[in-house]
Structure formats: structure tokens, C-alpha cells
Design a protein around this ligand. Structure first.
Ligand code: NI
Ligand code: MN
Length: 226
């Protein structure tokens, strides 16, 4: 499998059968130099509604004919705007032609801005993707929680974990998450996009290494084969 990072929590995951974009945030992402118009994909997977995770979902769905996979309320929100969608509930999974996607717990919120009051669009989620004999976990935006141990039971080849602090867990809690998830490799995300979530990814990788966990930070635009 091939993973390409676009900054923040936005990735392209290429399996043998499909191209999946996870948490599309190309437009307005200060860490991303790629134009969303240059992205081709078959599926768009969303952890939650916040615009730094779902901002380009509808455009990708419409232009590429890509199916948006998200929690039911968020899927319906995009379906009502002409997107192609597949809704799931937390703990539920579905076997797509390329592999399986299961939504896992995440402790966060999920809304879009709409004037004075945000519109809440169901629960936030993590994404557990199984394809080509590998298991990949995208934690979305979340706090640390002990049930990550249940997610780790899948036997994770790769975990994408937020380390930015302020909106999500920071490096200390992400280190503890590694102990619960026990992935073969982890890639940090949701940091350095803005000053408020500035983090030292190299220091995080060093501290993880001391605890026996492999961490590889990716620069925006960088690709990882695993
Ligand atoms: Ni969020
Ligand atoms: Mn976020």
C-alpha cells in the first residue's frame, strides 16, 4: 500500500483496487501545496464534519464520482448536496470492493459552521481500513481513550495519530495511545498546520523510539510504501 501525506490529517491511501482520500483538506490548508483539482480518487473517507477534515469532500465526490464514506448524518448531509455517499454507524463496517472500512470511536465533536450556531452532524469517528491484507487506523481528531486497545486488537500495520494538542491529544497522550494500539508504524498528523498546534514531530518520534514504537513523520507531499 502507498500513503501520501498532504499536511494536517489529509492522506491519499492507494490500495491495489482503489484510491482513498482520507479527511480531504487541500483548499485552505496552509501546509498543503497540492491543488484538489489534481487529485483523483475512488472513495473519500471522513472522520468527522469539521472543515479541516471534510472541506473538499463534496468537490471530490462530484468531480471523481467518488463515494464519501462517513458516519450516517454526515453522509446524508453530503448526499443532500449531490454527493455519492455510504453512511456507517460507529462500530459498523462494510465490505467495499477494495476492502473493509469500519468506523471506530473518537472523543471529539463533529459540526459545520452555519452562521451563529454550528450544525452538528453525528458523532466523530476513527477510520479502520482493511485492504490488501493490511490494517490502517486513522484516528481522526480525538482525545486519548483506553478503548484504543480494542482497535489495536485488529493488529495494526499503520496508525495515523494526531499530536497537535489543543484540539486533539498532544504528544504525551499520543505516546500513551501507541501503547494501546501497538501499530507496526505510526505517522503523526494534525500538527504544524497553524501555530496553535505547532509540535516537534522529530522529538515525538524520538520519545516513541525510547518506548519501542516506530514513528515516521512525513513532510507534506511525501509518500510512504508499507
Ligand atoms: Ni475536528
Ligand atoms: Mn481537526
Amino acid at each position: 500500500m502507498r500513503l501520501t501525506y498532504f499536511g494536517h490529517s489529509c492522506f491519499l491511501l492507494e490500495t491495489t483496487k482503489a484510491r482513498l482520500v482520507l479527511d480531504p483538506f487541500f483548499t485552505g490548508n496552509p501546509a498543503c501545496k497540492t491543488n484538489v483539482a489534481d487529485i483523483a480518487c475512488d472513495y473519500v473517507l471522513l472522520s468527522h464534519a469539521h472543515e479541516d477534515h471534510s472541506g473538499d469532500a463534496l468537490a471530490l465526490s462530484k468531480r471523481c464520482g467518488a463515494t464519501i464514506i462517513a458516519v450516517y448524518e454526515l453522509a446524508e448531509y453530503f448526499a443532500a448536496q449531490g454527493g455519492k455517499t455510504h453512511g456507517l454507524g460507529l462500530g459498523g463496517g462494510f465490505n467495499f470492493p477494495f476492502g473493509r472500512v469500519k468506523l471506530t470511536l473518537a472523543h471529539h465533536t463533529s459540526s459545520v459552521e452555519a452562521g451563529l450556531k454550528p450544525i452538528y452532524l453525528g458523532a466523530p469517528a476513527g477510520l479502520l481500513i482493511s485492504a490488501d491484507g493490511k490494517h490502517v487506523y486513522h484516528a481522526g481528531d480525538t482525545a486519548l481513550f483506553m478503548d484504543m486497545q480494542l482497535i489495536g486488537r485488529a493488529g495494526l500495520d499503520l496508525a495515523l495519530l494526531p499530536i497537535g494538542d489543543n484540539f486533539t491529544m498532544g504528544p504525551d497522550d499520543a505516546l500513551e495511545a501507541l501503547g494501546y494500539l501497538k501499530p507496526k508504524l505510526a505517522v503523526p498528523m494534525h500538527y504544524n498546520t497553524w501555530p496553535i498546534i505547532a509540535q516537534d514531530a522529530a522529538d515525538f518520534a524520538r520519545r516513541a523510539d525510547l518506548k519501542g514504537h516506530a514513528v515516521k513523520s512525513l513532510r507534506p507531499g511525501e509518500t510512504l510504501d508499507f
